[in-house]
Ligand binder design. Structure first.
Ligand code: G6P
Length: 369
């Protein structure tokens, strides 16, 4: 087992550090920016279906559902097709309206999640086209779908999903770019910029991983907290949910992820000097709004741990700790902003003596309801 861990103390840490490589693998053969090559064989066959789809319904569970939320923003933005993101467990039992013009995209690392599989069977019986995004080749979900794309992240052993998430987001970004370009809703120049930017992501993830020591220090400071709040807006809102999920899964600290502006409708009541608030405040279209949310947290004496874009000078003057990550397009930011949150949860869990790779009560793949 120690050989399999490749010198890392846990599979989770190994998998976090594999991300520059796994993200590259998830786009390999599908995109080469300098030759304008953008292609995904699973999509090609169903291209007309995607181009003419009236609606895309994404079904998933857990971390894969968070990747689905990022995809909602990407697909609606680039391809202008309405997207709904559903927990598979709710979708399957609520008599949903599904038509033959719908495409159901099922996202699953393991390809074995019982609720996601059942949601697929239901959508199939109503005539929808089913597209799968799985990591495990030949898995039940991969076999049950009409077409799909593998994420190629390699085996993920740690129960808390890390590299599977970033691979899913990469593949979903490529899909949104392909459909947007075919539908003519994503301008050529913007598409090209995105391709060039996506190609730089593995190197930028590498830079985020250099933050490990700094994040270890922050972890030592907050490891005994009993609650955490994670805030983000826009593309960073699903990342806030994912950061909170990672922390509760492996450290057993209660954590809530919220869209930053929604904080005033409840969670703000929880904020006092004991409450660490992780704010993802990278430079994007909602940056100014997030700055005011940080001020609201400060005014209530909350401890602010901010993830910001390199060179930011505004948020650092308000935060207790600042984690600087490289700049990228806001559409791709989840691929970078999630990395420090994965490391934060990992180090806090290790410091609390938790079983990081096999947390209590959790399973890697949930094959029963
Ligand atoms: C379990 C795992 C999570 C995972 C979720 C969905 O809860 O512990 O890490 O995100 O199932 O799994 P899937 O394999 O369908 O992505």
């Amino acid at each position: 087992e120690s050989i399999e861990k490749g010198g890392y103390e846990h599979f989770m840490l190994k998998e976090i550090f594999e991300q520059p490589r796994s993200i590259l693998d998830s786009m390999r053969g599908r995109m080469i920016a300098e030759s304008d090559h953008l292609m995904m064989s699973g999509i090609r066959e169903y291209e007309n279906k995607f181009v003419n789809a009236k609606r895309i319904i994404i079904v998933a569970c857990g971390t894969s559902w968070h990747a689905g939320l990022v995809a909602e923003y990407l697909i609606e933005d680039f391809a202008r097709i309405p997207v709904e993101v559903e927990y598979a467990s709710e979708f399957r039992y609520r008599n949903p309206i599904i038509t033959e013009d719908d495409i159901v995209v099922a996202i699953s690392q393991s390809g074995e999640t019982a609720d996601t599989l059942a949601a697929i069977e239901l959508a199939k019986s109503k005539g929808a086209t089913i597209f799968g995004i799985c990591n495990v080749v030949g898995s039940s979900i991969a076999r049950a779908t009409d077409a799909g794309a593998y994420t190629h992240a390699g085996p993920e052993i740690g129960v808390a999903s890390t590299k599977a998430f970033t691979a899913q987001v990469t593949v979903l970004a490529l899909i949104a770019m392909i459909i947007g370009s075919k539908r003519g809703t994503l301008e050529e120049t913007k598409l090209r910029q995105l391709m060039v930017e996506l190609e730089t992501i593995p190197a930028k993830v590498e830079k985020c991983l250099l933050l490990d020591d700094q994040i270890k220090e922050i972890s030592a400071k907050y490891k005994d907290a009993t609650n955490f709040i994670y805030l983000g807006r826009g593309y960073n809102y699903p990342v806030a949910l994912e950061g909170a999920l990672k922390l509760k899964e492996i450290s057993y600290i209660h954590a809530e992820g919220y869209p930053a502006a929604e904080m005033k409708h409840g969670p703000i009541a929880l904020i006092d000097e004991q409450m660490p608030v992780v704010v993802i405040a990278t430079k994007d279209s909602s940056y100014e709004k997030v700055v005011s949310n940080v001020q609201e947290v400060r005014a209530r004496k909350g401890k602010v741990i901010a993830v910001v874009t390199e060179g930011d000078t505004t948020i650092p003057s308000m935060a207790d700790y600042v984690i600087e990550i490289p700049e990228t397009s806001e559409h791709l930011m989840p691929l970078l902003s999630v990395i420090p949150l994965q490391l934060l949860s990992y180090h806090i869990a290790v410091m609390r003596g938790c079983n990081v790779d096999q947390p209590r009560n959790l399973a890697k793949s949930v094959t029963v309801e």
